[in-house]
Write a protein that binds this ligand. Structure first.
Ligand code: BG6
Length: 471
């Protein structure tokens, strides 16, 4: 396990909210190597002491004093301008004495020069590794350019591209559920499945990230990475082994089987929205007004052109400023083949549905039909019932804790490979080009609603009934 972590973007939002807290938890639980050290790097003119003071103020009182002191003792600060590879190399070469993991939590336009600086400092020599935060580019062409720069500095086996959804235990549980049971995998295909919904609804808005978001929108910010990774885990063939390449090979195949969106399908298979002023959690919030042609809500119908999934729509929906926060996957099965019961029951009949909620709570619901609730003399009185499993796991770790440990250990299973990123961008580019050619509009929706009125066909009924009334 490597014991040197160079954290670029150390004063940024991600570092404050997730990366340093993750390190604190790992230290508290004694999961880091004895000589673990963090080199924090950003542009601000701090020295070690002033950075430690700054960090202490940010991390605050939530942590045990002894753990916080221990983290601060292990932190050094180096001011560096990543656009100046020579100066960077000079400042950082003293840390090349041990194999290191360099973690770029910086905008992608700095990846290329940061790589040159790291290379010159000797920090990308084997077995040192590089971790990259999203977004990796803005489209396929820019992602390829970034990739070429990375490959000039180190090989794929030492490049760790983060998609923090893969670090979430409930996301890994999707695999456990699907592949650890006979029940699901046996019917996991077009003959038995009608549709799949993947929803990531947030109550949060774009707040404070308007500049970035105006260039990305929901399609590039959420669908290109997290949602396509969820889709890949759900739709891939079972890998032959639980090793990084076996899993990533299967994910790549599915991503490559996504049917590119055509301009003629754009207006039927997608919907875009942008939140306006409204009320979320009882609080009045302002609309997103930074740019008119950028969506904060997107609904897509994706088609996977292979034997397993031909004809099964995968509906992907994500939006900001929704009425409640929820990430869930809903698998709707086909109606029963031959109906034996009465006409009234038929009207009440609901297709089986597997609903896996990943956050904020973790629940699994299996919608069934049964007669248990009927009076004892009429076993044919079928009613919809639900098998509910509310999981109360011990407090879950921050996704980044798992990912940092894996990067320090060198396990790439939960990191995204170059060819997956390419396949993801290829499909996203087809959607944005289809939107451009079809002139797909961005509809307004009030903050605190489930998106524009036109989005209803993209939303599973369970979403709006279980998670607050449709507004
Ligand atoms: C990030 C996006 O990757 O994921 C954000 O840039 C989004 O816009 C966030 O809010 C959602 O992550 P989580 O873990 O809160 O579901």
């Amino acid at each position: 396990m490597h014991d040197t972590l160079l954290l670029f973007g150390a004063t940024g939002d991600l570092a404050q909210r997730y990366l340093f807290p993750s390190l604190l938890h790992l230290l508290r639980d004694r999961l880091l190597p004895a000589d673990f050290r963090v080199v924090a790097i950003a542009r601000s003119e701090h020295d070690d002491e002033s950075f430690r003071g700054w960090l202490r103020d940010r991390l605050g009182d939530d942590y045990e004093a002894a753990t916080l002191d221990e983290l601060l003792r292990r932190v050094r600060y180096v001011p560096a301008d990543l656009s100046d590879p020579e100066a960077m190399a000079q400042a950082l070469s003293p840390f090349a004495d041990r194999p290191a993991v360099s973690y770029l939590s910086t905008p992608p336009n700095l990846f290329a020069s940061a790589c040159r600086g790291l290379k010159a400092a000797g920090l990308l020599e084997p077995p040192s590794r590089l971790v990259l935060e999203k977004p990796i580019g803005h489209d396929l062409a820019s992602a390829r350019e970034i990739d070429a720069t990375l490959k000039a500095a180190l090989d794929e086996s030492r490049i760790f591209r983060i998609d923090h959804y893969l670090g979430k235990a409930p996301v890994q549980n999707l695999l456990a559920l699907r592949l650890g049971n006979t029940l699901f995998e046996a019917v996991w295909e077009r003959r038995w499945i009608e549709s799949v919904d993947i929803i990531v609804a947030e109550t949060a808005g774009v707040d404070g990230r308007e500049g970035y978001y105006a260039d990305y929108g929901a399609l590039r910010d959420m669908v290109q990475n997290h949602m396509l990774q969820l889709l890949a885990l759900i739709a891939m063939e079972p890998p032959a082994a639980m090793d990084p390449d076996a899993i990533r090979d299967e994910k790549r195949k599915v991503l490559r089987a996504l049917r590119p969106m055509s301009p003629s399908a754009a207006n039927a298979d997608s919907i875009r929205g942008r939140y306006r002023d409204g009320v979320v959690d009882g609080r009045a919030v302002k609309g997103f007004s930074h740019r008119d042609d950028v969506e904060t809500f997107v609904g897509l119908r994706a088609w996977i052109d292979n034997w397993r999934w031909a004809g099964v729509p995968f509906r992907l929906v994500t939006g900001k400023r929704m009425p409640s926060r929820t990430t869930e996957v809903v698998v709707t099965f086909k109606p029963v083949t031959h109906w034996l019961f009465g006409a009234d029951e038929r009207k009440r009949a609901r297709a089986n549905q597997l609903r896996v909620r990943l956050q904020p709570e973790e629940t699994i619901e299996l919608g069934l039909m049964g007669s248990l609730a009927a009076s004892e003399w009429s076993a044919n009185e079928l009613q919809p019932m639900s098998l509910d499993l509310a999981m109360l796991p011990p407090k879950r770790r921050i996704a980044y804790e798992r990912l940092m440990i894996d990067a320090l250990k060198g396990d790439q299973t939960l990191f995204v490979r170059d060819d997956e990123v390419e396949a993801q961008w290829r499909w996203i580019d087809s959607v944005s080009e289809a939107w451009r050619q079809a002139g797909t509009p961005v509809h307004d929706y009030p903050a605190g609603s489930w998106g524009p009125a036109e989005a209803v066909p993209f939303l599973p009924r369970t979403l709006t009934t279980h998670n607050g009334r449709k507004s």
